[in-house]
Design a protein. Sequence first.
Lengths: 201, 201
Amino acid sequence: MKPRKKQPVQTRQAILDAADAEFSLHGYCGTGIGGIVIRAELTKGALFHHFPDKRALAVAWVGERLGAGIEQDWIAPLEGAASLDALRDLCRLRGKDLRADDATSALVAVAAETAARDEPLAEALEGVFGAWRAALAGFFERGKAAGWLYPAIHPEAEAVMFVSAFSGFTVAMKTSRNPQARQLFLTAFEGYLETLRGQQG
Amino acid sequence: MKPRKKQPVQTRQAILDAADAEFSLHGYCGTGIGGIVIRAELTKGALFHHFPDKRALAVAWVGERLGAGIEQDWIAPLEGAASLDALRDLCRLRGKDLRADDATSALVAVAAETAARDEPLAEALEGVFGAWRAALAGFFERGKAAGWLYPAIHPEAEAVMFVSAFSGFTVAMKTSRNPQARQLFLTAFEGYLETLRGQQG
DNA sequence: TTGATTCCATACCGTTTGGTTGGTATGGCT
DNA sequence: AGCCATACCAACCAAACGGTATGGAATCAA
């Protein structure tokens, strides 16, 4: 391995890049430190210099990469959105180009794998899920106040429901052998969303 | 380890019992063969006599144990049910005593962990999910025909939606730090179910 | 320039992994 | 009784695991 310049920031990012790819592909337990450093074209020395252990790396990955992914895919697009149509269109978009290795899928997969038995990781994951839910709850709250959503709606409850449904959808997309399952889900999901519409919507 | 009588059927069940506990607790990758044989008070020789490798054991576990669990928890209770209330009550029940290691949670967790990269396992998982969906679709179909569900309902789509939502719920229960998240989900979920109700329901 | 500190590579370590090997005891069958 | 496939055990194995020890090169503070 040829001598490198010292560029700690880039190195850290390269490690997170590789970790992102590996964790998204193989899950937490299924990913080895060795695979990460090979993909990053670095060494264990570099990795363990920047992160004390595997779990800390995963926590950083969840917070920095998955957090940014959810922010970009769900939170930013809803910022200032003032119609249920915006959420419907976003769901179609996210549903259409959903892959097994995108941020939403990876978030759900790692949560399902680790959250029940790894406290620090669960905390980091909950931070991302919480931000996702909060953005949705805010959206629902605005719609409720402005009248383009059903007035009796419970924003937080609806946010939990929405996140759960879409989370389960990512799992179903990995498992299902039925090529039209995607469309079936979106059909029913849009039907559910429509029931939230208010008078001015 | 004292010599055992030859009782292949019981031994196989004991292995599946142990595998059930270990897989439900630690996931597929996180579970070691060693842990299973210790819990079963057997040896690797016994395990690899009954199952060619770890994956085959997991496939058998999914098909025989998770399949039976879903059958018992979701399919049998809906058999012959002729009202939306039956499904609502079942959701309350399943939601209330949902644990990280029950059949539904384990099914979703292992699917999220492995389905994207392990074909044989994904096939077995899809078999269980498919049975679950089919039972729901049948229930929706009957309700549609009998009029206690909304006539324009799409049974298969609604089944996909239902399974996805509840799947995501199991993940959320593991991750969330909010003690009232369970109730929030059930509130919104029951609201969704109500929108499916027909004239005679 | 010097000294300390950060960054990163090399080599290594103990443990655990899924899986194998060789052999022994059992129990149904002839 | 004698045979033999089946069921099971104890010991073992190479590979991969997460992690460490050490040392050198680059950078910064003085």
